[in-house]
Design a protein around this ligand. Structure first.
Ligand code: CNA
Length: 443
């Protein structure tokens, strides 16, 4: 994976503009003015021309701003669980209700139907999807913030002082065990993509997907067959691993094997702890993330799915599409700019269970049968094995009970190479090839 933090040298020589760090400090996106509220980055004149056709269609759309009223949302700033340094489960935000709560109000079909109509009219050929943990809960992977089931509400077993510690690089440096315990549950191999992932793949299949930006680290997007060049894993993935201190690559399968067996993978170069290349708070996002500077201005539809939009800089991406571009939020709750009342012209949200909503959307588009078929075909592929190769003699590990900094194993050659295609997440693809998997930033 092309990581901007792949070495200290690179890191220090980077111009600040090319280095973006993941932050747990959520910006309250409901206070951020979208680019339409002032002189635009992209120029009013140009926007008028390119968007006139879309604007015409938008004028026929219903804006389902009532939803925010139903769910009691307004301009009240979110009490982000990210900012609560307390050991107890984070208090539900005003926009959070239990999954089965009757307070969850699904909007009228107006917004969804309007967007479906735009897609059917061929007005949306550059769809950008922004996704979060909510697209994978139907696969059995808990998200962060859902009260009751989210990871932040079930932290006792990780023995950490506050929820974000689990993704805090300094905390990891001191004690990797909490993250490794979580990693065991999240490692690709034990979960399957669900209907929502396949819906996104269908967008690609129809030639409409410009890019999927996901915060997820579960690898299910790849597993369902979305090709690398259409995917930005903004918070990294388990597909590669490296030393958390010197960034020396480490074979991902070996790291996985060690973690699964409650051992600690040790850097072959400096003997510090190795971790999967999941982006922690305080670490740089992958270079591929910078595709957003080209993609979002080009988008003609933005679909936001299953995210609380609490993590920056990812959360603010949704404010960077052109002002007349329709934005569709599919989530259990209003989040980010969708908490604002009234909604921005062209904004729509459909609140409720994501899988149900996406099925409804697919039916409106007439895609349901194709998606079901795609799922059947893809699911006949082999589920990647948790451990697929024999143990290596060259990769050092440390038993978890041992103190940090000591390893019983001898160091091997510095700069161990990661195996090609590590992670076992290879998938088939239809029209797509993986030739441009290393995705240049010039697309
Ligand atoms: P989050 O803050 O937990 O938000 C998830 C959002 O999805 C919430 O608004 C939920 O209400 C909503 N949601 C969850 N399930 C459903 C459902 N079935 N129907 C409708 N809405 C639903 O997670 P974010 O993605 O916003 O936060 C970003 C973090 C979470 C990233 O850094 C990830 O690395 C991290 N994470 C990833 C995974 C994964 O890879 N599957 C799992 C847990 C956490």
């Amino acid at each position: 994976m092309n990581r901007s933090r792949s070495s200290w040298d690179k890191k220090t020589s980077q111009a600040s503009v090319t280095r973006i760090t993941r932050s747990s400090q959520a910006r309250h996106t409901n206070h951020i003015e979208p680019p339409d509220s002032g002189p635009s980055l992209y120029g009013k004149q140009r926007r008028k021309q390119t968007d006139s056709a879309l604007a015409q269609n938008l004028s026929q759309m219903s804006v389902s701003g009532q939803d925010a009223l139903f769910t009691g949302k307004g301009k009240v700033p979110k009490a982000s669980s990210d900012s609560v340094p307390a050991p107890q489960p984070s208090a539900p935000r005003s926009d959070q209700t239990a999954p089965s709560s009757p307070a969850v109000k699904s909007s009228s079909q107006g917004g969804l139907a309007s967007v479906a109509r735009l897609v059917k009219l061929g007005r949306c050929k550059n769809v950008v999807v922004v996704a979060g943990a909510g697209i994978s809960t139907a696969s059995g992977i808990p998200d962060f913030r859902t009260p009751g089931t989210g990871l932040y509400a079930n932290l006792e077993k990780y023995n950490i002082p506050y929820p974000e510690a689990i993704f805090n690089i300094d905390y990891f440096s001191n004690d990797p065990q909490p993250f490794f315990s979580l990693a065991k549950a999240l490692y690709p191999g034990s979960h399957r993509p669900n209907y929502i992932h396949y819906f996104i793949r269908m967008l690609h299949h129809k030639g409409l997907l410009l890019r999927l930006y996901t915060q997820n680290i579960d690898g299910l997007e790849k597993l369902c067959g979305i090709p690398d060049e259409k995917l930005v894993e903004a918070h990294g993935s388990f597909a590669t691993a490296s030393c958390h201190l010197c960034y020396t690559p480490y074979p991902a399968e070996e790291a996985k094997r060690a973690i699964m067996n409650d051992n600690v993978p040790i850097c072959t170069f400096c003997a510090a702890t190795v971790k999967p290349d999941v982006v922690f708070f305080g670490e740089d996002l992958p270079q591929k993330y910078f595709l957003h500077t080209k993609d979002f201005p080009k988008a003609d539809l933005l679909i936001i799915m299953g995210t609380s939009l609490q993590i920056e800089p990812f959360a603010s991406l949704v404010n960077t599409v052109r002002s007349t571009v329709p934005r569709l939020l599919l989530n259990r709750h209003a989040v980010g700019p969708f908490e604002k009342v009234p909604l921005r012209r062209g904004d729509h949200m459909e609140l409720g269970n994501l899988e149900d909503t996406v099925r409804k959307f697919a039916e409106m588009l007439g895609w349901n049968n194709e998606i079901e078929e795609l799922m059947r075909n893809q699911e006949t592929l082999t589920i990647p094995a948790l451990v697929s190769s024999p143990p290596s003699q060259t990769c050092p590990i440390r038993a978890t009970a041992e103190p940090q900094g000591r390893t019983e194993t001898s160091r091997s050659i510095p700069g161990a190479q990661r195996p090609a295609g590590s992670g076992g997440e290879e998938t088939d693809s239809e029209t797509d090839s993986k030739s441009s998997a290393s995705s240049t930033l010039s697309n």
